[in-house]
Design a protein around this ligand. Structure first.
Ligand SMILES: Nc1nc2c(ncn2[C@@H]2O[C@H](COP(=O)(O)OP(=O)(O)OP(=O)(O)O)[C@@H](O)[C@H]2O)c(=O)[nH]1
Ligand SMILES: [Mg+2]
Length: 431
């Protein structure tokens, strides 16, 4: 099974809290402030590992949490910053916000990194608040909370190899016997409506991603049948396996099939005909297949078609190892085809930074008359305030005033003694 979309939770580490401490030394009667800063919280960083091909690893592991920064200590010692948490993803992973859909990163190249959740800054210790007017401040900040996000990973799975051919020639059956994929198989045309993907492991341990495409018919390049959309998928594969039904049970001629499909590829894009192609003569378990195949070989030889043909039966599972090994070999000698590279260059490969809404705060009122102040900035200020120390609390009050919150409350009609709440902290409004 291919998992190409998954939701995960990421939480960066909080910054360590700043410390309030004072020097206590012999012969120094009133030691100055000596509380160090907290260390930075760890980031959650996604990194591309080209060895990964799927999002399977995320199925059982959906929470990624970086460590918190160490708290500041006395004697001016800073807390240690936490290590960043690296999460490996396969190339082609798109990282989005699961709630807003904001795109954070489009990760395509090996070792490419993106910070998905930023660790909190360490809170400042009281050393940093000393001033000539307040040489011994009892103020320290708590660490900034690390970012937490619900994100959605989406993998644009690029198949290395595409199975092409008329409807009902056995493309899905083939995929189902050479990989763990379980596509729908049916005796009717257009059973497959969207490409299915499977990971093929050859006998000698090589592997590649094989895509089973919806059947093509004459006029596909003009949009007939399931048409053009799937030719676009085929365009992204490096090797084509052209499946031909040799049994003739559908009343079609294998030679005509071969030319018709190639004609459609060519009409869609000339470059598709330059792509390495192997012919899979399928349904060789059927009575007329040998004879049809002999005629097929003759016809192609006559036309000087230089093509390798493999006899298989997807149904009885014969002849499959040989063609899969040959496919793996071809992949090794086929460079990433230039069209794809051009295309990736055209697409923008920028890291989308998360820009929080720049609204400073909002004031609302609850039915019981409580004023509620909300907004990222005030809530962060609150979380970073150490309420153990009056001076820290006073600083918090000053910061609110600086943001114009006192005045805004007054303007809204707040009176002495009204209750005001920020996050889960309540206090009285004092004129
Ligand atoms: N006898 C025989 N029948 C086969 C073989 N491979 C597939 N079939 C049958 O052919 C029919 C079509 O198979 P699918 O695998 O669905 O064919 P497909 O090419 O994926 O068809 P679409 O998705 O419609 O394009 C099914 O009834 C299969 O059981 C084979 O090697 N021998
Ligand atoms: Mg199919």
């Amino acid at each position: 099974m291919f998992l190409d979309q998954v939701k995960v939770n990421v939480k960066a580490g909080n910054g360590g809290d700043g410390m309030v401490a004072f020097r206590r030394e012999k012969y120094v009667p009133d030691g100055g402030p000596a509380g160090g800063d907290g260390g930075e919280g760890g980031d959650v960083i996604f990194i591309v590992d080209e060895g990964l091909r799927t999002l399977m690893d995320f199925r059982y592991n959906r929470h990624f949490k970086a460590e918190h920064g160490e708290n500041g200590m006395s004697k001016g010692m800073h807390g240690r910053g936490a290590k960043d948490l690296f999460v490996k993803v396969p190339p082609g992973t798109i990282v989005k916000d699961a709630v807003t859909g904001t795109m954070y990163a489009d990760l395509t190249e090996h070792d490419q990194k993106a910070v998905i959740a930023k660790g909190g800054r360490g809170g400042r210790g009281n050393i940093r608040f000393a001033s000539p007017r307040n040489p011994a401040p009892e103020i320290a900040e708590n660490g900034e909370p690390g970012e937490e996000k619900e994100i959605e990973l989406e993998l644009k799975v690029l198949a290395d190899v595409g199975l092409i051919g008329f409807p009902s020639v056995g493309k899905s059956t083939l995929l189902s016997v050479v990989s763990a994929a379980r596509p729908k198989i049916g005796a009717y045309h257009f059973t497959t409506l969207v490409p299915n993907l499977g990971m093929v492991k050859t006998e000698d341990g090589r592997s590649f991603v094989l895509a089973d495409m919806p059947g093509l018919i004459e006029g596909a390049s003009q949009g007939v049948g399931l048409g053009i959309e799937f030719l676009r998928h085929i365009e992204r594969t490096r090797v084509l396996l052209h499946v031909i039904d040799m049994s003739g049970v559908e009343g079609r001629d294998p030679v005509e099939d071969y030319y018709t499909i190639n004609q459609e590829l060519e009409e869609y894009d000339l470059k598709l005909r330059e792509r390495p192609q192997l012919v899979i003569a399928n349904k060789m378990d059927m009575p007329d297949s040998q004879e049809n195949l002999a005629n097929f070989r003759k016809a192609l030889e006559k036309d000087d078609q230089d093509v390798e043909i493999f006899e298989v039966s997807a149904l009885t599972q014969t002849g499959l190892n040989t063609v899969m090994s040959r496919t793996a070999e071809l992949l090794e000698t086929t460079p990433e085809f230039p069209m794809y590279e051009e295309e990736t260059e055209k697409e923008e490969r920028v890291l989308y930074k998360f820009i929080p809404e720049n609204k400073e705060y909002a004031i609302t009122r609850e039915p019981d008359g409580t004023w509620v102040i909300s907004g990222d900035k005030v809530e962060k200020l609150y979380q970073m305030t150490n309420f153990q120390f009056d001076e820290s609390v006073m600083r918090f009050a000053r910061q609110l005033r600086g943001m114009g919150i006192d005045q805004a409350l007054r303007d809204r009609g707040a009176r002495n003694g009204d209750t005001v709440r920020i996050d889960n902290f309540e206090f009285d409004f004092v004129e």
